[in-house]
Design a protein around this ligand. Structure first.
Ligand code: AMP
Ligand code: ZN
Length: 114
């Protein structure tokens, strides 16, 4: 997608701190972290939101979880825990319309959410 910020990050057209990239997903540091560890796990395919996903996307979106699990271990927060969040649409304050999973950890978070 020509004017998508996250597609540009995937293509390395704009700089970011990418910590993992393979054929299916990219993981990079959030530019405005909300926790000591705040990563974004995204599919390389441009899918705007969960609302727009199709059954064809199920496999690739499943890979976001495997990527998050691996990244949490690499960051040393797999035992202490982490939160995975996908904001979807206006009420959830989705700002970037390229599906992304937030991986937050490195400290105890507020509970309950919302
Ligand atoms: P959301 O509100 O769920 O759409 O989250 C978008 C996230 O993208 C926010 O946490 C932003 O801090 C993050 N973000 C925006 N621009 C960049 C960028 N250039 N590099 C890394 N993270 C970014
Ligand atoms: Zn995109």
């Amino acid at each position: 997608m020509a004017d998508c910020l996250f597609c540009k990050i995937i293509q390395k057209e704009i700089p970011s701190e990418i910590i993992h990239q393979d054929d299916d997903i990219t993981i990079f540091k959030d530019i405005n972290p909300s926790a000591p560890v705040h990563l974004l796990v995204i599919p390389n395919k441009h899918i705007p939101s969960v609302t727009e996903m199709t059954p064809i996307d199920e496999l690739i979106l499943g890979k976001l979880f495997s990527g998050a699990k691996r990244a949490a271990k690499n960051m040393g927060i797999d035992k202490t825990g982490y939160r995975l969040i996908m904001n979807n649409g206006p009420d959830a304050h989705q700002e970037i319309f390229h599906i992304h999973m937030h991986l937050l950890g490195g400290g105890e978070m507020k509970h309950p959410m919302g």
